[in-house]
Design a protein around this ligand. Structure first.
Ligand code: 5GP
Ligand code: ZN
Length: 115
């Protein structure tokens, strides 16, 4: 289930307007803003307004909002690039997750390398 906005959650603070971010799109459930340390010409974080630790928790408790996140990511990739993009969800520190509020990375605007 969604938790109340944690005083210690950076993305809850951005969603609440306490910390500025470069907003590029939003919907009733979801916001999208530019990553502060972009890894591609377009690098946007797409984030459910409700606090969930990661996409695993989000998928388990609110799959409709997960669908909203994917839809907004697709819209951002069409608005800011050509609609071709990579969507990344880091789940857990071993995957590189550093902010424990679920978010999708949209990478676009260039030829991405394989991995
Ligand atoms: P993770 O590693 O948790 O999947 O991704 C967290 C992302 O948040 C990183 O790509 C990092 O650059 C980004 N980030 C960290 N702090 C801030 C911030 O204050 N503002 C914005 N816009 N992005 C941030
Ligand atoms: Zn949060």
């Amino acid at each position: 289930t969604a938790s109340p906005a944690g005083a210690d959650c950076l993305f809850c603070k951005i969603i609440g307007g306490e910390i500025p971010a470069d907003l590029v799109a939003e919907s009733a459930t979801t916001v999208a803003f530019k990553d502060i340390n972009p890894k591609a010409p377009v690098h946007v974080l797409v984030v459910p307004r409700a606090h969930h630790a990661d996409v695993s928790a989000l998928a388990g408790s609110d799959p409709m909002v997960l669908a909203d996140v994917v839809a907004l990511a697709d819209q951002v990739a069409s608005d800011l690039a050509d609609g071709q993009y990579r969507l990344i969800w880091n789940v857990g520190p071993k995957a590189g997750q550093t902010i424990f509020h679920a978010h999708a990375h949209v990478l676009a605007g260039t030829q991405l390398g394989g991995f």
